[in-house]
Design a protein around this ligand. Sequence first.
Ligand code: SOE
Length: 380
Amino acid sequence: MKKKLNIGLIGYGFMGRTHSNAYHQVKHFFDVPYDPVLKVVCGLVEEEAKAFADKWEYKSYVTDWHKVIEDENIDVVEICVPNNMHAEIAIAAAKAGKAICCEKPLALNVSQAEQMVKAVEEAGVPNLVSFNYRRVPAVTLAKMLIDEGRLGKIFHYRANFLQDWTISTEVPQGGMGTWRLDVKAAGSGVTGDLLAHCIDTAMWHNGPITDVSAMTETFVKERMHTETGKVEPVGIDDACTFICHYDNGSLGNFESSRYARGHKALYTFEINGEKASIAWDLHDLHRLSYFDHSDESIVRGWRSVHVTDSDMPYMDKWWVPGLQIGYEHSFVHQAAEFLQSLADGKPASPNFREGLATQYVCDAVLKSAKNKKWETVKKA
Ligand code: SOE
């Protein structure tokens, strides 16, 4: 019998579901060292917390997150609430000796992120930031190919994350689902919500970002606030574009917008190296495009690799070659990696310090856009 690991989930929105699903699935598909038990879910509205607990088979529910932290039976705290609540909960969880998995971006701002890193490092508790796209098999495969040196020297790493769900001026700010539009809850707009994913993956693939030059725009300047019922100024960035240098000498350009009509979640990246290039698209997440200049010229071209064979990252745990997996599996892989790291006593990745590195890039991007000049990125 495997040792039971009690999970306390704080927040029952979209992310609460992805994390709950991951802990349900992981032990069936991966040979994980623990048996995760969905012990308690915490949410503000009692009936909703209860309904979530019933649906996802949590043993209990509470409406005050302190109860999750104070419960000595809880081993792991999953933080799936708006960004402005991450720091307080994570710091309390660290002091209580819990392992922590926190949704991205790590915090509302750099100062909170620094305090969170200090808290987990002083307490010596395992910590993970949920940058789930690293765990899409094709994205992990890209990391393997780069680390094997197949691309040679890298010249360019570009990424986009495009959506279109906030174009209507009727979309409110604040509250469940639309807290991402409220600067007090989110900290920033597309920079922290979407580009943070691209930045985390880019630095994982291609190393640290040195400096940035950015522009941001807020297209809809005022929106109804669901909590106050009043029309209030919008403080988030609706769109952001930045260019950067990486420490390895390569160049980057990044774009994110929630005003790209026709795109729901078009996260793409392309990496160009001396010997080969790689491209990936979230809408076709099980494929990796690969161009190898050493191919014989008469058959040289972009290959579309269907990442489903059993020698591809994570794929031996799923179905048979040719049968693909999807978005939710990235969270299952993340849970598998996290549980293994707990058993091995090794740091999980990306940990809070890596989350802070991404927060420093986001912070430099927002400063650069405001000051209209290049900003150097602080090292975590
Ligand atoms: C925003 O719409 C969002 O849900 C992000 O918050 C997620 O991190 C991203 O993966 C998909 O889009």
